[in-house]
Design a protein around this ligand. Structure first.
Ligand SMILES: [Zn+2]
Length: 112
């Protein structure tokens, strides 16, 4: 479905930041909201995974959070750059914390 300019109602490309016909700034396209939402979701997943005491699932959530951060960080429509960056780093950190935690917890069980 093509995006239409809110000011002049003419069809515009989904990747432009301003309407080429009238210069109206396009700031509320659905994909912009989606990118921002994914960045927030990524950050939430990363933070939640640190506190989730379920081995495997917490690591998956950390990976998903990191992936969403990477994916949204360079998105042309993202306005929450810091959130995307935070999602990336919290995800990486959560991954390390979770892997380390489960190694410490499971090592005595696995290696004795
Ligand atoms: Zn326009």
């Amino acid at each position: 479905m093509p995006t239409t300019c809110q000011a002049c109602q003419r069809p515009i490309d989904d990747n432009v930041m301003a309407c080429p016909h009238c210069g109206y700034r396009v700031c509320h396209t659905p994909s912009l909201r989606r990118a921002d939402r994914q960045a927030v979701t990524g950050l939430t997943l990363g933070v939640a995974s640190i506190f989730l005491p379920v081995p495997g699932l917490d690591i998956l959530m950390a990976i998903a959070g990191t992936w969403l951060g990477i994916k949204t960080m360079n998105h042309p429509h993202i306005t929450r750059h810091k959130t995307a960056l935070a999602a990336l780093w919290v995800g990486v950190m959560a991954l390390c914390v979770n892997v380390f935690f489960w190694l410490v917890v499971l090592a005595p069980v696995l290696f004795t």
